[in-house]
Write a protein that binds this ligand. Structure first.
Ligand SMILES: [Ca+2]
Ligand SMILES: [Ca+2]
Length: 239
């Protein structure tokens, strides 16, 4: 485990551990009935963290899907979980609602992979299309593959990944504006200059032009994953 770091939180908010002992947890997504899903790329799994007694702590950690290739981005299309793996985009329907995926439906096998920045984040547009981040293949270089350092688009019914926006070195965080539907993307800058350099940016992606992601729960709390500590935190307003 890497060195623990000090968490800082602004006045008036409270942070607590929602779930721990997770293997490098990354992206979070809530299903329509309020269960939290987390991707565990190193384990090749997606886990679900139900909190049915609503005490602000996950009741247990359940494996929802296993044997995946570095699943990272998660999003719900209705009540069906969609996961962006290293090369593939897959739907993982849970037909009987037992919090275990029953089958795998392939949407695309066209995600660029190899080199650095293998994580693909995922957002589903209001029109059902899939927006997927594809980071650069290297730290600081002239990127040769035009589909790297980009946001990609896959049509609702699946198929090839087209370029949607360029000039995004590594957009680990993608989000859709709840009212306008516009895509917003964090951009992680170059490595090895320390934690504070270069200053990072958040981009609003305009059509034709451009944390680890948090998730808001049905209880109004904010949930954040910390892959270095293996923890999902829950943030609420102080009573
Ligand atoms: Ca609980
Ligand atoms: Ca099931």
């Amino acid at each position: 485990m890497s060195k623990p770091h000090q968490l800082k939180i602004i006045e008036g908010l409270e942070i607590s551990v929602f779930a721990d002992n997770l293997n490098k947890p990354r992206m979070l997504a809530f299903n329509p009935t309020g269960e939290l899903y987390v991707s565990l790329p190193k384990a090749g799994q997606v886990a679900v963290l139900p909190d049915h007694d609503r005490d602000g702590v996950a009741d247990r950690i359940m494996v929802f899907a296993d044997g995946l290739d570095r699943p990272h981005g998660l999003a719900f299309s209705g009540d069906v979980l969609v996961a962006a793996e290293n090369r593939r985009l897959v739907k993982l329907p849970d037909l009987d609602g037992d919090l275990k995926a029953d089958r795998e439906q392939r949407l695309s096998t066209d995600l660029p992979s190899g080199g650095g920045h293998w994580t693909h984040s995922l957002v589903i547009g209001t029109d059902g299309v899939y927006y997927i981040s594809a980071g650069s293949s290297c730290n600081v270089c002239e990127e040769k593959d035009p589909r790297r350092a980009a946001a990609l688009l896959i049509k609702k019914d699946g198929g090839p990944a087209e370029i949607y926006a360029r000039g995004l070195r590594n957009s680990a965080g993608l989000a859709r504006h709840p009212r306008t539907g516009e895509l917003w993307a964090s951009n992680n800058g170059r490595d090895r200059l320390g934690d504070d350099l270069p200053p990072e940016e958040i981009n609003r992606i305009v059509a034709g032009g451009r944390p680890v992601a948090p998730a808001v729960g049905p209880d109004g709390a904010l949930y954040l994953s910390d892959d270095r500590q293996g923890v999902v935190y829950r943030i609420t307003a102080k009573e």
